[in-house]
Design a binder for this molecule. Structure first.
Ligand SMILES: NC(=O)c1ccc[n+]([C@@H]2O[C@H](COP(=O)([O-])OP(=O)(O)OC[C@H]3O[C@@H](n4cnc5c(N)ncnc54)[C@H](O)[C@@H]3O)[C@@H](O)[C@H]2O)c1
Length: 456
């Protein structure tokens, strides 16, 4: 009798606990903790604060916590006003004190997922965050992993770490995966309006995570489980990587036939169905597209499968900086100048236009390859007055001023990032040669500059 009633009591107890969590979510009194206040964690923390939830933003970097606590925002496109407003409302607080995780009803994990030296996934940040939670886990909490990773991470790696605390899901806590789809600088789609996919390691977890995000975001799509949600995010990023590789390869093929890939894409995209334009460039950048697909190819290899599209796309895209440098040396050659000793100004360190994010930016490799060829290289990027050392590159340079007279002093300009500030006819007035990886020329007035534009 006693044995039979205990699980029932536990089930009733759990239902009460789940109802309590849902009622806190609906009343917007559930405290939301976000581990990692980077490009993904900070915007989602602010969205929950703006939706009326009390939010604690945790970061392991004391420098970032100090800046955020002052009400400043170190990510330019988010803007200091949003952060100041959230802080003033009393609903957002940055903290480095992980013991405060126990105050939270829901905890979102937004930590980095880089690649190791041999392009292998590095889930150590996720494991660390899970351990930080496990040692403070209490009954009734909902944990959601947002970092991009291979299928099986939430159920097969995060869950055992959390259950190492002695608590189990769904009886004691809930666990789900919900991929962030942040697109920094995108004015059309913001964190709130980008639909959200959620998948739990069990049904209760999916329901609770869906309820949480629905209280702050416009549209939420629950899927069968965490593995589907993890795989969906990878499909999105593989899709981009493969299509970018396709246009990069076509760019090199068309170049030999003197056909302009940009004009070809403009023509193809007039087809109103069955085509979506992707654009070539100097190589992949950012924390997602250059890295995430390899999480899946690594996992596929573990299962005895080959992810051939992913590997091929990676190979083509990583060749781009070398191709751009080759095109630059050809263009200089046409002017009777060797690469060695030529003065080249690279426009843009950011990996994409109008943002201050230089992670995995191809500009760094381009600069290093140009320097290896003997060129004298500077850069101009108002988003990076100074080039900070990155994991792979130490440039030790400052941006030259955005000034037509400065630009005129170089043998060639190389457009790596199409920041709006570069789309100014006056800047190119006395420039001789522009190697253009972003079709910048299309944003300028024909005839305003005597520069020769070479697309690369
Ligand atoms: N940047 C994007 O545009 C983007 C878009 C979609 C998905 N993602 C994914 O989101 C995840 C996070 O990316 P990001 O761009 O925000 O990275 P980021 O480097 O900008 O931010 C991560 C933050 O986590 C902090 N951190 C690391 N370990 C911690 C710990 N144990 N406790 C507390 N803080 C910790 C770091 O100090 C850093 O501030 C990655 O998996 C990435 O693939 C990124």
């Amino acid at each position: 009798m006693r044995l039979a009633s205990q699980p029932r009591l536990r089930a009733i107890d759990w239902r009460r606990m789940k109802d309590a969590l849902l009622s806190k979510i609906h009343g917007r009194t559930a405290r939301v903790g976000v581990i990692g206040q980077g490009y993904v964690g900070l915007p989602i923390a602010l969205v929950f604060a703006e939706a009326g939830f009390p939010v604690l933003g945790f970061d392991a970097d004391p420098g970032k916590v100090a800046v955020l606590r002052r009400g400043d925002c170190y990510i330019r496109h988010i803007g200091p006003e949003r952060l100041a407003l959230a802080a003033r409302s009393g609903r957002y607080e940055a903290s480095g004190d992980l013991d405060r995780l126990s105050e939270c009803d829901a905890i979102l994990i937004c930590v980095p997922t880089p690649l190791g030296k041999h392009r292998e996934p590095d889930n150590s940040y996720i494991h660390r965050a899970a351990q930080d939670i496990a040692s403070r886990l209490r009954r009734g909490q909902l944990i959601v992993l947002e970092s991009t990773t291979y299928p099986g991470t939430t159920d097969g790696e995060v869950r055992p770490i959390l259950e190492g605390s002695g608590l189990k899901t769904p009886a004691d806590f809930l666990l789900a995966f919900s991929p962030e789809r942040e697109d920094p600088g995108n004015e059309q789609f913001r964190t709130r309006s980008i639909p959200r996919v959620v998948g739990g390691v069990n049904r209760d977890s999916t329901d609770a995570a869906a309820a949480l995000y629905s209280a702050a975001l416009d549209k939420v799509l629950p899927v069968s489980n965490a593995m589907v949600a993890e795989s969906g995010k990878l499909l999105e990023n593989v899709f981009r990587s493969v299509n970018i590789a396709l246009v990069n390869e076509l760019k090199m093929i068309f170049d030999r036939m003197s056909i302009d890939i940009w004009e070809v894409i403009d023509a193809a995209k007039t087809k109103p169905f069955g085509f979506m334009p992707f654009y070539p460039g100097p190589g992949l950048g950012g924390h997602c597209i250059p890295l995430d697909p390899f999480y899946l190819s690594w996992k596929a290899a573990e299962q005895g499968s080959w992810a051939r599209f992913i590997e091929l796309a990676g190979e083509i895209n990583t060749r781009m900086p070398a191709w751009v440098v080759w095109k630059t040396s050809q263009a200089l050659n046409d002017e009777g100048k060797p690469l060695k000793g030529s003065r080249i100004l690279v426009l843009g360190l950011a990996y994409k236009a109008n943002i201050d994010d230089d992670r995995e930016s191809p500009s760094y490799e381009i600069i290093e390859l140009l320097q290896a060829g003997g060129a004298i290289v500077d850069y101009c990027d108002p988003f990076f007055p100074e080039a900070r050392p990155t994991r792979k590159h130490t440039l030790a340079k400052r941006s030259v001023p955005l000034d037509a007279r400065v630009f005129a002093g170089y043998d060639a300009l190389l457009v790596s990032t199409a920041h709006d500030v570069f789309k100014d006819d006056a800047l190119y007035r006395d420039v001789k040669l522009v190697v253009d990886t972003r079709n910048m020329v299309s944003a300028l007035t024909p005839g305003k500059s005597r520069a020769r534009f070479v697309k690369a």
